[in-house]
Write a protein that binds this ligand. Sequence first.
Ligand code: OSB
Ligand code: MG
Length: 370
Amino acid sequence: MKIESLTLREVGMELRHPFETSFGVTRARRILLVEAASEGLSGWGEITAAEGPFYSPETTETAWHVVRDFIAPLLVGKTLNAASELAALLTPIRGHNMAKAGVEAALWDIEAQQKGVPLARLLGGVLEEIACGVSIGLQESTPALLSKIEQELAAGYQRVKIKIKPGRDLELARAVRERFPRIKLMVDANSAYRLEDAAHLKKLDDYYLMMIEQPLAYDDIHQHARLQAQLETPVCLDESIHNARHAQAAIELRACQIINLKLGRVGGYTEARRIHDLCRERTIPLWCGGMLESGVGRAHNIALSSLPGFALPGDVSASQRYWAEDIIEPEVEVSRQGTIRVPTTPGLGFSVRRGRVEKLTVRQETWRAR
Ligand code: OSB
Ligand code: MG
């Protein structure tokens, strides 16, 4: 596939509801969409960097810079045999995994279209439908949280993740458990605790949670191992895992029992599949995380979630939970059983609504092969 052009667009999309975590509140997204063109086909990817460097060091702005000044000059005009060759080409660029992953995703979409197969199939996906959970941000009050959970369970979602932070943890877990004794429940701390909080976090063991996600520092593996040794509740790592070496270290040090895999955080499908294969070999369950994506990123998350190692419900949920109107057609819908069907048409399996994207675009730039 010869990469004839690369277009980067920033779209502004307002969330239907503010999303609050231990690191802050998000009301609107500044999303970067990547469109690559090759031999009459166009492929789409989404860069999952957030507006500020609070989940990861990358931001919308750093990703724009890295694509414009480093990725586009390396890629545009090149001919690759497969999307899987991009990761090696980008190795000289250190970090900036989300920028890399968004570009790589567009190439995978093109390759799947070229071969006339669904992207999920090209990746080695086997599941016909994926299991869906929801990630619920910190709410104004406990009753507000309980009613939100009730609503999501009524919609069919198979597991509930709630965000916690110091001062808003044990009471939330207790209240949710009292009201919903049997649901699949987990908590995500987004690095809000320190190892010294181990005795406090141990009290979460009373609520038989599926897991506690990323309790300690965003760049730590070792202290998570020290913490896991003291908890019954399985630790799941999110922020700390950027590549297969990190995953291997975390598994061998027993820093976690479960991994949240996000395409952007690990730099794309090539690395995601390495982590996936390693976790299968070591029987570490995986699930697919979310980054408040538009339909483009959501469609890629669905394809990724079809791989056989995705043993637990992910944070991949319906378009309607985030957006009054999504930018893909059809929108992502969740069945009453809390599942999403993996598309069976070639490529991403959803079409991008160009008119809608154009309306939402605040800036765009195209680089063409000479
Ligand atoms: O930690 O998983 C996280 C959203 C933005 C940044 C980090 C996280 C999240 C979520 C929401 O939990 C997942 C989603 O619904 O997209
Ligand atoms: Mg998380």
